[in-house]
Design a protein. Structure first.
Length: 365
């Protein structure tokens, strides 16, 4: 969600010695990935900000001001983008490659913060943080556009942290590879829910995993080859290695810290992602302001490699660009996107560039 609104919003300058860049001209002749950054307008963001590589450096273009709170997005067929609008009356906007809006829908909840497409592209789900619910759309396979009514799936539950867990807070959604189950991670309920899918829609909901009380699970990452998943807990700053069972449930195997041993400062684990080979796992730490890198062995076990500075304050999201050997980190509170080099061994290096983008919270393609 729009992170920790009850906490004081502070800002810190960029890491010393880094090159802080303003808007660079975007040259049409440059053949580089076309990315974009989602921002929160209420925190000084300009909307959706184009991000392109100019030579060896990243620069920004003119913002699409009409998209105000793009907290997350997924790309679909025919170049469509499904972009969440995180606000009290949550919205979904469907945009073409040029960010022309072609459809709009309510998420039937408050503050949507994560979305996922089903493997066959026929369904779209979104997690509504503040209302603790999940929105589920059926998509027209010919056009990729939503069709029929939106289905709302309400979570129930709470946790011992009265400030953050008074009720359910859905924070992540994802479909199993066979498309038969939609998992949703709930920070407030300390649980992973399993919504069972069938020909008639959702056929039932049960608990796939109960997390440690008060841990506040945030996101889940599935291993690309093994029956293993990794659950990052925002409030506990931990990763739990989960064994995925055939029925869609999970069993905890091992728990590791996302911050260095002995660290006692304020920090909240954020984004989690793997490389394509499934040999490296990365987690952002908001407060410790770092990216943690873990090695993944052939059984899915984790080993901490180390931590590196995120290049700013409050790294909410990062995007891996394996083809060019780099990671881009959206540092929300310092208002920038940092470039971190990634070696062939998958280890992340110290930041080499910072691009000023106020309230950067997401990086899309």
């Amino acid at each position: 969600m729009n992170d920790d609104r009850t906490l004081m919003m502070t800002r810190r300058g960029c890491v010393g010695g880094l090159l802080a860049l303003g808007a660079l001209p975007v040259r049409a002749a440059v053949a580089a990935p076309a990315l974009w950054v989602g921002t929160y307008v209420a925190e000084g963001g300009a909307g959706v900000v184009p991000l392109r590589k100019v030579g060896d450096a990243w620069g920004i273009g003119a913002a699409v001001a009409g998209i105000r709170n793009a907290s997350f997005a997924v790309g679909g067929a025919r170049g469509l983008r499904y972009v969440l609008d995180e606000q009290q009356k949550g919205g979904l906007g469907v945009y073409d490659r040029g960010f022309r809006r072609v459809a709009v829908s309510s998420t039937l909840g408050a503050d949507p913060c994560h979305a996922a497409l089903s493997p066959d592209g026929g369904m779209l789900a979104a997690a509504n943080y503040s209302s603790g619910s999940v929105a589920l759309w059926t998509l027209d396979r010919a056009t990729g556009l939503p069709k029929g009514p939106v289905l709302a799936l309400q979570h129930k539950g709470s946790g011992p942290n009265k400030e953050r867990q008074a009720g359910p807070h859905a924070h992540w959604v994802g479909f199993t590879r066979d498309g038969r189950t939609l998992h949703s991670v709930d920070l407030g309920a300390d649980a992973i829910f399993a919504h069972r899918l069938g020909a008639g829609g959702v056929t039932g909901t049960d608990i796939a995993y109960r997390a440690v009380p008060g841990s506040g699970p945030r996101h889940l990452a599935r291993h690309p080859h093994l029956p293993v998943a990794y659950l990052v807990a925002e409030l506990a700053n931990t990763i739990t290695v989960l064994r995925a069972l055939p029925d869609g449930r999970f069993v905890a195997h091992k728990v590791l810290s996302t911050v260095p041993a002995g660290y006692r400062g304020e920090s909240y684990a954020g984004h989690i992602a793997m490389n394509a080979a499934g040999t490296r796992l990365y987690v952002s730490n908001r407060g410790h302001d770092s990216i943690a890198t873990f090695a993944i062995d052939g059984r899915g076990e984790l080993r901490l490699i180390g931590h590196v500075a995120s290049g700013g304050h409050w790294p909410r999201y990062f995007r891996m660009l394996e083809a060019s050997g780099e990671m881009l980190v959206a540092n929300q509170r310092s208002g920038d996107v940092a470039r971190l080099p990634v070696g062939r061994d998958g280890v992340v290096g110290r930041p080499t560039q910072v691009v000023r983008i106020p309230s950067a919270v997401f990086i899309g393609i």
